[in-house]
Design a protein around this ligand. Structure first.
Ligand code: G3P
Length: 217
């Protein structure tokens, strides 16, 4: 399973870039707003920090303008993935971009039918929004399982990118449900490694080692 970081904060990306497990970055208009940065500048800066896929989202809602925006975004750097809403116009734009070899991430997916359409339109990634489904008492993990079943049955190559991750359990549950990627906020990434038994065990090892009086170096 690949891990992307869900942020438009360059400092966060730099912090995690050398962790050994960061496989990409996703942004969206709300994250750009939070960063307070110019979108084209910040995407270029992120792409200079990391050469893995970086999702940058179009702002337009109609196909012709989405396509024009997509051309600007994809020219920022070779690792830009154009993020499109899972709407009819987004799907049309996705098909066009797939035909010319531009990678896409279809966002705001809340149903298996939307995921099926995205795969048929040649999407590179489909982003089901887990947390936002939980917010209204729907089961985001079931959606991932359904998409996994459909994609596996028909051998679609579109990767399932679990988005709107809000808890550490969302990460492992998405892995178990068959997601190919999870895009994770830095706050959750930082919590994944923690386990009280690791801390307790390490404390005992450190104390016992000290009491032997030995050194390795
Ligand atoms: O990748 C999409 C994600 O950023 C949305 O997360 O927490 O706004 O639902 P959230």
């Amino acid at each position: 399973m690949k891990f992307f970081i869900d942020t438009a904060e360059v400092a966060e990306i730099k912090t995690w870039a050398d962790s050994g497990f960061l496989d990409g970055v996703t942004t969206n208009p709300s994250l750009i707003k939070s960063s307070g940065r110019d979108m084209l500048e910040v995407i270029a800066e992120i792409c200079a920090v990391i050469d893995t896929p970086v999702s940058a989202e179009v702002a337009a809602l109609d196909h012709p303008t989405m396509l024009k925006e997509a051309m600007v975004l994809k020219d920022i750097a070779p690792n830009v993935v154009v993020k499109l809403p899972t709407t009819l116009d987004g799907l049309k734009t996705c098909r066009h971009l797939a035909n010319i070899g531009v990678r896409t991430n279809l966002t705001l997916c809340f149903s298996a039918n939307q995921a099926l359409l995205a795969a048929k339109a040649g999407a590179t990634y489909i982003s089901p929004f887990i947390g936002r489904m939980d917010d209204i008492n729907l089961d985001g993990m079931n959606l991932i399982r359904d998409i996994r079943n459909i994609y596996s049955s028909f051998q679609f190559k579109t990767q399932i990118l679990a988005a709107s991750i809000r808890t550490v359990n969302h990460v492992s549950d998405a892995a178990l449900a068959g997601a190919d990627v999870a895009t994770i906020p830095a706050s959750i990434l930082g919590k994944l490694v923690h386990h009280p038994l690791t801390d307790k065990g390490l404390e005992a090892f450190v104390n016992d080692w000290k009491s032997t009086g030995q050194t390795i170096l």
